[in-house]
Ligand binder design. Structure first.
Ligand code: TRP
Length: 333
């Protein structure tokens, strides 16, 4: 069945291979079958960068270039900018009244992020409440399907709680519940073996990385620290090179053979890394070239984003108007 899909990214930096595996690749497929909107979530990006707005604004077009470079087609996918859709901010304010502070503090993803970022007493209120803004994003488009990583499941749950509360209060099915769509590979480890590839940890490979940077990152990848001689048996679990081969090498039988060989002994890290490097270079070369071409014509990127945002303004404007009417707030035009 054709679904209405909403997804998005905070523009905190150029996108990397973790994004590619976790979501970008899937979006290119989903746009063929569904009605897909991809949101550049600059407002959400500001929730932990309020004192450094340039970091967000400077990355908006980088992210749009990344989208186009991987094959997200603006004729099939609506690309839009969160801050240019006032309906999203208005909905957030209505929904904030339906959510308790203690419920927000219990959201496991937000709880982890708060601990990681060491906010303590300096926690921005906007950060604590970003799941509500995300619920506004999702419901503004009446999305039925939200492709997410497993760390975003609590957002979906919280969105549906808001949907049910709102519909119950107004006595009509104004908002639509959504379902999560989990990807096949939901998380790519960093090159250092940390659980997640992230710009802040400096353990990622961006989509625009040069051929030399890609190769250097592959050669630095964490493998099995006890695999000292080629003839020794090696460990596959926790070995980043194998995680990447799983994610990027289409020939699964070949990867299984390599794993067996590595575990028996006799297969060296450098051979494996060369193989992975070849895969990644083949994948990234055309993406890098397209990305550079798009970034050389920022006017065109702005036009693409403007067109998608214009379309999204209509959809989200209609939904917020229905919400206002349902709340009895439609006295004035
Ligand atoms: N939370 C997403 C991120 O961390 C971005 C995002 C904002 C989003 N609004 C959304 C994702 C709505 C899915 C649906 O990058």
């Amino acid at each position: 069945m054709r679904q209405t899909i909403l997804t998005g990214d905070r523009p905190t930096g150029p996108l990397h291979l973790g994004h590619y595996v976790g979501s970008l690749r899937q979006r290119v497929e989903l746009q063929e079958l569904h009605d897909q909107t991809v949101l550049v979530a600059d407002l959400q990006g500001l929730t932990d960068n309020g004192h450094n707005p340039a970091k967000i604004s400077e990355n908006i077009l980088n992210v749009v270039a990344d989208y186009l470079a991987v094959g997200i087609d603006p004729a099939k996918t609506t690309l839009c900018l969160q801050s240019a859709l006032p309906a999203l901010s208005e909905l957030t304010l209505y929904y904030l009244n339906l959510v308790t502070v203690s419920r927000l503090e219990r959201n496991p993803t937000v709880k982890n992020e708060i601990a990681q970022k060491g906010f303590e007493r300096s926690l921005p209120a906007g950060f604590l409440t970003y799941p509500v803004s995300q619920a506004a994003d999702i419901t503004a488009f009446s999305a039925t399907l939200v492709p997410v990583g497993d760390d975003q499941l609590p957002m979906i749950e919280q969105t549906n709680e808001i949907v049910r509360a709102f519909n119950r209060i107004v006595g009509a099915p104004v908002l639509t519940e959504c379902q999560a769509l989990l990807g096949k590979v939901s998380r790519l480890p960093g090159i250092d073996g940390q659980a997640k590839m992230s710009k802040s940890l400096g353990n990622g490979i961006t989509l625009g990385a040069s051929a030399d940077e890609v190769q250097a990152a592959v050669m630095k990848m964490y493998t099995d620290p006890n695999h000292l001689r080629v003839k020794d048996p090696g460990q596959v679990a926790g070995n980043v090179v194998f995680s990447y081969l799983d994610a990027f090498c289409a020939d699964e039988a070949r990867v299984s053979e390599l794993k067996a060989h590595y575990q028996r002994g006799g297969l060296g890290d450098v051979v494996l890394k060369r193989l992975l490097n070849d895969e990644l270079q083949t994948l990234l070369a055309p993406i890098r070239a397209r990305r550079a071409a798009y970034l050389a014509d920022k006017g065109e990127l702005v036009r693409v984003l403007q067109q998608g945002t214009d379309r999204a303004r209509v959809v989200t404007g209609e939904l917020v108007a229905r919400v206002r009417r349902a709340l009895g707030l439609a006295l004035l035009v």
